[in-house]
Design a protein. Structure first.
Length: 306
């Protein structure tokens, strides 16, 4: 068996993704490999989406997700869109069913190139998010940072979208907050026994929200799909918007839009947005040593094909 596998450097609204093809193998991308890849500016990433052979009947693949610190992630919506684009370019298929540790995800590539991912049902119960303290109503919990009488951030909406999220509502530009300083403190707050993704959200209309996210295990990211879903659901849940919301990801370059629909028919959350291929190469999933495939890149036509 070759020591290296194919991978693609991609992004979903700037969310830096490495899609690694582990099909036909029994091993996994190691935490050491993830840390090594993230330490190299050329391969720095927010999530690795490792595609494995399917484990469940009726699924196209099992996806193992790693954060840039080598820890496991349960869900990554932007990364899932990248996987769809890569596999669609390879197979010609447009509809996929994936298994992750968080459950089953259904996804579809549309004629315009955008990709929809059914992220499943949101979870609001405090012990399933999970939180370390019981809250009957998780649409607003007691948590703040800054002076007691004048907190900088306070009263977040919390939920799980496959992973824990805290949405802090703000009334000014999300880029004006020092999230790089507050993010680590809140991610690792005792309230979150499994840590949490921290999002600042500003409602700009009854159908639009601007967000910025500090991502658990990855830090300040250009975009986070599950955070966009959590912000949209929390905005609707608290009466700030309707159930279909355009999420403007302020930190993406250029700022991008995700459309999030919290369906009334089954309570599933569907995220629609773009994915973009950048370049391809080969990587050792044990060590993280990689090489770039210049010849493949020269022949590339614009969509990722593993």
């Amino acid at each position: 068996m070759s020591t290296t596998v194919e991978f693609a450097r991609m992004n979903g609204l700037g969310n830096k993704i490495l899609v690694v093809d582990m099909r036909g193998r029994k091993d996994k991308v190691t935490p050491d490999a993830a840390i090594a890849l993230n330490a190299d500016p050329a391969t720095r990433f927010d999530q690795i989406m490792a595609i494995h052979d399917p484990k469940a009947d009726g699924t196209d693949a099992f996806i193992d997700i790693l954060n840039s610190d080598g820890s496991k992630a349960q869900a990554c919506g932007n990364g899932t869109r990248c996987v769809v684009q890569a596999l669609s370019a390879e197979t010609g298929k447009k509809v996929f069913t994936f298994q992750t540790v968080a459950g089953i995800l259904n996804a579809q590539e549309h004629a315009d190139g955008t990709i929809s991912v059914d992220m499943g049902k949101p979870v609001f119960e405090w012990d399933k998010i999970p939180l370390s303290e019981e809250f009957y109503d998780t649409s607003r919990i007691e948590l703040q940072i800054g002076p007691i009488d004048d907190p900088i951030l306070h009263s977040p909406s919390v939920m799980s979208m496959g992973n824990p999220h805290a949405i802090f509502w703000v009334d000014r530009d999300v880029m004006s907050f020092d999230l790089e300083r507050f993010g680590p403190l809140l991610e690792n707050h005792p309230m979150f026994p499994e840590r949490a993704n921290i999002t600042l959200a500003q409602v700009t209309s009854p159908s639009s929200v601007t967000t910025r996210t500090w991502e658990r295990g990855a830090g300040l990211t250009l975009a986070c799909g599950s955070a966009a879903c959590s912000a949209a659901v929390s905005a609707a849940r608290t009466g700030r918007t309707g159930r279909t919301v355009a999420i403007k990801v302020a930190s993406a370059t250029p700022p991008g839009i995700l459309t999030i629909e919290w369906r009334t028919s089954d309570d599933h959350v569907v995220m629609t947005g773009p994915a973009e291929w950048e370049w391809s190469g080969r990587v050792d999933p044990v060590t993280g040593i990689w090489s770039r495939e210049e010849e493949q890149e020269a022949q590339h036509t614009g969509s990722a094909a593993l």
